[in-house]
Design a protein around this ligand. Sequence first.
Ligand code: NAX
Ligand code: K
Length: 479
Amino acid sequence: MITADRMAAVDENAAALGVPRKQLMESSGNAVARVVQRVADPGAAVALVCGRGNNGGDAFVAARFLDGDDVTVHLLGRPESIGTDIARENWAALTAADYETRVVRDSRSLALDDPDVVVDALLGTGVTGAPRQPERTAVEAINGTDATVVAVDVPSGVDADTGEAAGVAVDADHVVTFHDAKPGLEPLDATVTVADIGIPEAAERFTGPGDRRLLSRPADAHKGAFGEVLVVGGGPYTGAPALAGQAAMRAGADLVRVACPQAVASEVQGFEEGLIVRPFDGDRLRIDHLEHVQELAAAHDTVVLGPGLGDHEATLAAVRDFLADYDGRAVVDADALGVVPDVDTDATLLCTPHQGELRGMGGPSADDWRDRLDAVADFAAELGHTLLVKGAHDVITDGERARVNRTGNPGMTVGGTGDVLAGAAGALLSTQRPVDAGALAAYANGLAGDRVVDRQGYGLLASDLLPELPRTLWGGVDA
Ligand SMILES: NC(=O)C1=CN([C@@H]2O[C@H](COP(=O)(O)OP(=O)(O)OC[C@H]3O[C@@H](n4cnc5c(N)ncnc54)[C@H](O)[C@@H]3O)[C@@H](O)[C@H]2O)[C@@H](O)CC1
Ligand SMILES: [K+]
C-alpha cells in the first residue's frame, strides 16, 4: 500500500535515478490499454474521458496502445490549459498523429455515443475536494452510460488515501492503479489491477530528494511548530553539544537549548549566539542534575542525548535514570547508546550508532549493508526503538520499515559529523516519524558533506556541514 504523498516522493526519487515521469506515464498508459483490451471485445468502441492533469496524460498515452479499437479521446477543457508539460506533449502527439480527439469546451456537450468502454481519466491523485465543473458534469455523464468503466489510477472524485468522495465520483468497474495498491481503493466495489510501471526498487529503498516532500513550512506556521530541541551533552568533549545544537537549528528547529556542564557552558555559548545554554554545575552530568534536565526535557519536543557526555560511570547512571523516567522523543547518540538495551523506557528513541557502537549495544555486525539490513531490523524490533546505523550506507529501521542512505563520503569520518547528524535528527524528530526523521537527517547530512567535498576537496570540518544543511533539506522543495 502506498499513500499519494509517498507515491509523489518515490516518483521524484525515480526521476533522480534517471527514470523521469514521462517514462512512467508511458508505462501507465500502456497498462491502462492492456486492461481495456482485457475487458473489451476486439474492435470495441472506447471513449477516453480526460482531464488536464497527468491522470489525463496517462489516457493520452493509452490511446496510442489501443490499436484496432474504435477510440475517441475527449479532452475536458482547452489544450492550452493542460497543466503539465508531459501531458501536453502526449496530447500533441495524439493530434499530430491524427488520432480521433475531441476538445470539449462545454461539459454539457460531452457526447459519449454509447461506447463499450469508458476510460475515466478526469482526476487522479491530484484531486482536492469535490469535483468542480466541468469535471462534475463529466463524472455524471460517465456514470450515465451503460459502458464498462475503467478508471485510471483512482476513480475520479475518490480520495486515493481514504476512499472517500467529497462529492460525485465515478462508479468504476475496473481500476488500473500504478506501482502499488492505494489504501482508498480497498473499500471500492471494483476490480483493481496494480500495474508495475518500472519504478526502480531503489526509488523506495534509498533516500532521495523526494523524501524531502515530508517537510513543508506553511507561511502561517507559528513559532514552535517546527520543534523545540534540548541537547543534553558536553563534559569531556566540549565541541559536540555545540555542533549538535547548531545542526538542530540549521535543520529547522525553532528553538534549541543546550543543557551542559557549567565547565563547558561558555564554550558552547561562544560557538553560536542563537544557542541558549542551560548549564548544570560541575564538569560532567551526574544523578544530582536529573531534576534540572528532566524539567527542561518536559518543556521541549525532542531531546538529543549523548553528544560529548563521555562514559563516566556517574554520567551513564544519570542517562539510565533519565531514560527510565522519560516518555517523550529523543535522539540517543555516542556514549549514551550503551545504556539503551538495559533500560525499560516509554520514550520514543532514535538511536544513531556507528557499527562499533551497534556491536556495543549487542547488535549485529556485517560488512555489507545488504547483509546487515534484516539483522538490524530484527535488532530494532527487539529494542523497540528506531536505529540509524551509520556507515558508507546508513541503515535506518524501526523493525517494520527500512530505508538506506547513500549520501556522504569518506571525508566525513572526521570527528563531529556524527554530532551534526544527531542534532539534525533531533530537529526532524520533532515533526516526523522516527524512521523518516533518521532517513532525512542522514540524507541531508551526507549530501551536505558531498557538497563541501565537491567544492573544496577532502579535509572538511564538521562545522563546514552546518551552512549546507538548510539547502540540502529545504532547497528546491515547495512549501
Ligand atoms: N508517480 C506518480 O505519481 C505517477 C502519476 N501518474 C498519474 O498522475 C496522476 C496525478 O496527476 P496530477 O498530479 O497531475 O493530478 P490529476 O491529474 O489527478 O489532477 C490534477 C488536475 O485536476 C485539477 N483539480 C484538482 N482538484 C479538482 C477538483 N476538485 N475539481 C476539478 N479539478 C480539480 C487540478 O487543478 C489539476 O489541473 C496520477 O493519478 C496518475 O494517474 C502516472 O502518470 C505515472 C506516475
Ligand atoms: K481517474
